[in-house]
Design a binder for this molecule. Sequence first.
Ligand code: LLP
Length: 415
Amino acid sequence: MSAVRRVGGELWMEGVRLSEVASRFGTPCYAYSRAAIESAWQAFDRALAGTEHLVCYAVKANSNLAVLGILARLGSGFDIVSGGELARVLAAGGRADRVIFSGVGKGEDEIRAALMAGIRCFNVESEPELERLDAIARALGVRAPVSLRVNPDVDARTHPYISTGLKGNKFGIAHDRALAAYGLAASLPNLEVTGIDCHIGSQILDMAPLEEALERVLELAAAVAARGIPLRHVDLGGGLGIRYREEEEALDIGRWCATVAARLAGTGYSLVLEPGRAIVGNAGVLLSRVEYLKLDKGKRFAIVDASMSELIRPALYEAWHEISPLATLDRPEAAYDVVGPVCESSDVLGTDRRLAIAPGDGIAILSAGAYGMVMSSNYNSRPRPAEVVIDGDRAVQVRARETIDSLFAGETTLD
Ligand code: LLP
């Protein structure tokens, strides 16, 4: 379920005790396991060994340069959604020709930067974006490789905020407009139509909607080919769910890859996948410390030094993250709502958790490697936490904790 294990009452990540990480780098602090990131990426790559493929890690899940660098060394591709993410990938040693650019609102500057870098493909989400891309490519004297993100109208059966494949959603081109959009793309002289893609949502634990989307995309690809527009690749997005709690079953990556590989065999299409969470989600934890235990009308609160500013998923999606003390100590056990110092009632990291803790104790919020730090904010003028990568028995700080001065360094007062 997670890259951590308990040995002798202590939580470890690889060869390092997490309580040591908390004391050395302070809390709150994110820690990621290099080995867990590598093995999650390799699980995809290995399962697709017999199929022409590119695993494009979705940078939005965790864009720390060290994380991107670890994946770039493995030969990973990258799925980006902004010029900022492109710059990060290149700075981390990622190859531009393995970058695909997704997103519903690509700006002119972002498109220009991606064309100049020579990325592999643009996943285009609307007809006006096709026209914009064509115009910028013409001005630069290049042809832009494009794939159309189609909306297969499939219910991913996940949280509505992270479901993207249904009709009426802002993402992708509606299934019934897709053929006409391909016609437009093929008619624009500075575009080269190379593929088709979809992404129906995130944290999907059931393979059925993914298979349904695959069939709809292949049907559409055949119809596009029948119009004289042959496609070379199929991109099935990301969305593969991980295990956050014991009673959950992660989506089986090996099974999904085998299913896709079998379905694509003989079609001539190469495959692109865009997993984010499945690669980094279980590889990271957020370390925190108990500040106070508070009893109020029979309800017990553990007030800790991490908050919705560092990990917003529980507040935003009612997401469940396991919370575990860094050391098993002799403390009275009780059920706590684990909350942060931020002035919002929604600043909750977990409710009704049985924990044996006392003020000063370290805790870990597990499975926080994806959509944790990247969604953090400075709300309540809280400096963003440090990030550390654990690599065997080394703990390397890969992003320094923000200083309070830096929070308002770009601000001025009026005369
Ligand atoms: N490709 C596209 C086009 C996407 O929009 C996404 C995620 C991915 C790939 C990667 O999906 P993954 O494999 O990580 O599920 N903040 C939310 C998740 C938002 C996902 C947005 N799109 C959360 O914390 O659960």
